[in-house]
Design a protein around this ligand. Structure first.
Ligand SMILES: *[C@@H]1O[C@H](CO)[C@@H](O)[C@H](O)[C@H]1NC(C)=O
Ligand SMILES: *[C@@H]1O[C@H](CO)[C@@H](O)[C@H](O)[C@H]1NC(C)=O
Length: 335
């Protein structure tokens, strides 16, 4: 008796939960109604002489669902942080190229030919980035129209196709951060094209021939697909982590640069830095990277304190030089 009452209750409960399952209007509608999932929306479609809102699905490219489930065009301009992220991806391509030229170059000595290749890589990157901006909306201008990044999942909409009531999966994957995701692929693709069209000319101009001239070109054929793959999988994580990564890497490489000097006394460290152009460029380059990372990190976390944070840029150099006498390995032997 008691058991059957429980059973009845259970059945009643199951029934109501089925009736109360996620309800949304399937198919096209005249007035906007809700859609399941984060990225499913309706866009306007024309049936002969009348317009309707489409069935729930992914928004057309260049638009994103708003809070009332309508696909609205991406009309924002990227924030400064967005621009810094794009610049970081561009720099990543340039630095890997410079690095590959340095490794492949026959001697570690500074030569006009290696310098020419570095210059050429810079020019190619610049042209490719400019062209990429020109062929994105608004066309022919060095600006962008985009949708704002709101959260990490915006980069991974494929993982958020809803399955309301376990009936059917709605495919709503789209580029919610249009065009911040796809534009990087376009830039890397154009970079490869630029290498093939410009590098041979520059090599001819600087009369560099043989392996050291052709190998960096072939290396780029591997490097850019690898970079594109990394971007494809990790774009969302890179977007949030790049300031910290820059700061960390520039600190490590900065310390490495100073540690590789022969004379570790603070006077020699300071003198070598100021007197040798190469060292000066390396140190100032690190400051630039470091400042870039700090600005990005501050913009992300605490935009009000930007000026104060920027005074920290030369700190690692000052600290290394000031503390070098305490870390001199020679001290340990004499003690
Ligand atoms: C649309 O066109 C049809 C005929 O083609 C007409 O009967 C109908 O009234 C029109 N509807 C509107 C809203 O104008
Ligand atoms: C979403 O877009 C639709 C169509 O453009 C508009 O009518 C509606 O007001 C928008 N909703 C919000 C919350 O902005």
């Amino acid at each position: 008796m008691r058991n059957s009452r429980w059973l009845a209750f259970l059945l009643f409960f199951l029934n109501t939960s089925m009736v109360l399952g996620y309800y949304y209007e399937k198919g096209a509608v005249y007035t906007l109604t809700k859609c399941p999932g984060y990225y499913c929306g309706r866009h306007l479609i024309e049936y002969g002489n009348e317009t309707k809102w489409s069935a729930c699905g992914s928004c057309p490219r260049g638009s994103r669902v708003n809070s009332s489930w309508a696909c609205t065009d991406c009309n924002n301009s990227p924030s400064i942080y967005d621009w810094m992220y794009l610049l970081f991806m561009v720099l990543l391509g340039l630095l890997t190229q410079w690095y590959s030229i340095d490794i492949i170059a026959p001697s570690s000595h500074f030569s006009m030919k290696t310098f020419g290749m570095h210059l050429s890589a810079l020019l190619e990157t610049f042209l490719s980035a400019t062209l990429t901006l020109l062929i994105h909306q608004p066309y022919g201008l060095l600006s962008l129209r985009s949708c704002a990044v709101e959260q990490l999942s915006d980069w991974y909409t494929v993982l958020h196709n809803p399955n309301p009531n376990y009936e059917e999966v709605l495919h709503c994957a789209q580029e919610a951060v249009y065009p911040l995701y796809s534009i990087v692929f376009v830039h890397y693709g154009l970079s490869v094209l630029m290498i093939f069209s410009i590098r041979p000319l520059v090599n001819k101009m600087f009369q560099s021939k043989g392996h050291s001239a052709s190998r960096p070109i072939y290396a780029a054929l591997y490097l850019f697909p690898i970079l594109a793959l990394i971007h494809g999988v990790m774009a969302g994580l890179i977007y949030y982590a790049f300031p910290s990564v820059i700061i960390l890497l520039s600190l490590m490489s900065h310390a490495f640069h100073f540690a590789s000097r022969t004379d570790q006394s603070w006077r020699a460290l300071l003198y070598d830095t100021v007197s040798c152009v190469h060292n000066l460029v390396v140190v100032v380059g690190h400051w630039a990277l470091h400042g870039f990372g700090l600005i990005a990190l501050t913009l992300w976390l605490q935009p009000q304190q930007l000026a104060a944070i920027l005074t920290l840029v030369p700190l690692p150099t000052v600290l290394y030089i000031a503390l070098s006498r305490f870390t001199d390995p020679g001290k340990f032997h004499s003690d």
